[in-house]
Design a protein around this ligand. Structure first.
Ligand code: 9MG
Length: 283
């Protein structure tokens, strides 16, 4: 059976098609989230935020119940389920919108699948115990993100031979594992993982070479919004990173990003609409 996500909105094209760029809106339901500070940890305000994102043109809502920022506290399976699953159920019963669940825990994935999630967004690329098996038994899509090390220590001294080759090698290996487990390629999305075990220079090299990740023939996601690669370069606090985030998203889209993961949906949709307007007149 084809997944709902693929049938409705999801772009499978490997070519740059601005009309198929999807905006993934971030909904962190963690008390310690790095950029929204747990603002949406209360159920009702989370639902209001979802409604606002939908009004502003979001394509996918990404719900996360465990912060992945460096040094963030770990969350138990039960706590993560309690944070994420009631919200998933409420969103699915009230709105017609794709929902992705940002998790690396097989138990959370399993619940998310039962309650109608359209995608699993796994910063550990299904490497944790049981994850490949749970996803293989469903028809859900998966975003496989690259990360060097683990969130607690990943920014200590990231090192690569050739960062683009290393990430491509990682993707190739994870795609192979997924296929072996029974998860077909058409369910996969790749993400080079900005800020996950990468120095400032690494992040800008990945952004400059973003088009290379399209060579594997799968959709590619870029998650740059409000990250320290924006803040450190521009010397801006988290709440001052909108302009930098939009500029970086545009650079990724111009190199074929199919999904951009953002905090600021309205502004991101506006930026994409400018690109579309310009594209009409390109020869
Ligand atoms: C959960 N999360 C935080 N940053 C992310 C990124 O860049 N990509 C994906 N897929 N998930 C992320």
């Amino acid at each position: 059976m084809m997944s709902k996500f693929i049938q409705t909105k999801f772009p499978r094209s490997t070519q740059n098609d601005l009309n198929k760029v999807n905006v993934m809106g971030i909904l962190n339901v963690t008390p310690d989230s790095f950029s929204d500070g747990g603002q949406f940890s209360c159920f009702d305000s989370a639902l209001k935020q979802v409604e606002k994102m939908i009004d502003n043109g979001v394509d996918i809502i990404d719900i996360g119940g465990e912060s992945t920022r460096p040094g963030a506290a770990e969350v138990s399976v039960q706590d993560e389920i309690v944070r994420v699953i009631p919200l998933l159920k409420a969103i699915k019963s009230r709105f017609d919108i794709n929902v992705s669940i940002d998790t690396s825990k097989s138990e959370v994935m399993s619940e998310a699948i039962i309650y109608g999630a359209d995608m699993i967004n796994d910063v550990r690329a299904l490497q944790n115990k049981g994850c490949l098996e749970v996803v293989a038994q469903s028809n859900i899509d998966v975003c496989l993100m690259h990360m060097q090390g683990m969130p607690r220590t990943m920014q200590e001294q990231p090192q690569y031979n050739d960062i683009i080759d290393d990430i491509l090698g990682f993707f190739t290996q994870r795609i192979h594992c997924c296929e072996q487990a029974g998860i077909t390629k058409k369910r996969l999305v790749l993400d080079p993982g900005f800020g996950f075990g990468k120095t400032l220079a690494h992040n800008y090299e990945v952004l400059a070479q973003f088009a290379q990740f399209k060579s594997l023939g799968l959709p590619v996601l870029a998650g740059i919004s409000r990250k320290s690669m924006i803040g450190s370069l521009l010397n801006r606090e988290v709440h001052e990173r909108l302009a930098g985030s939009l500029a970086a998203a545009i650079v990724a889209i111009q190199q074929g990003a199919n999904i951009i993961r953002v905090h600021d949906v309205q502004e991101s949709v506006d930026a994409i609409n400018i690109l579309k307007a310009v594209a009409q007149y390109k020869i």
